[in-house]
Design a binder for this molecule. Structure first.
Ligand SMILES: [Zn+2]
Length: 95
């Protein structure tokens, strides 16, 4: 069990419900431009992919496996500043 992450809030608007993350930093060009949704629940990261099922390119990926892989990798990093998160509310990158 990994250590709980610190509370994550957008430095700009303060929301902490959900963020987006570009798959590029986890899967290089294979996941370039594929956006994953990151939510925080009980100090742990939960990763989903909203394009799953609708996006033709994403359909070809083993996206379920990627989601759990990214989730696992993010949960091993207690400092959220190591992740380049995108706030969909105020459209700012948090890095
Ligand atoms: Zn924000």
């Amino acid at each position: 069990m990994s250590a709980p992450r610190e509370t994550t809030e957008c430095w700009n608007c303060g929301q902490s419900e959900s963020f987006e993350i570009n798959g590029y930093q986890f899967g290089d060009r294979l996941l370039e431009g594929v956006m994953f949704t990151v939510t925080f629940k009980d100090g742990q990261v939960v990763v989903t992919c909203p394009g799953w099922g609708t996006d033709a390119y994403i359909k070809h990926l083993n996206i379920e496996s990627w989601c759990s892989d990214i989730q696992e990798r993010m949960n091993k990093r207690p400092n959220y500043h190591d992740d380049c998160l995108y706030c969909p509310h105020c459209k700012e990158w948090m890095a």
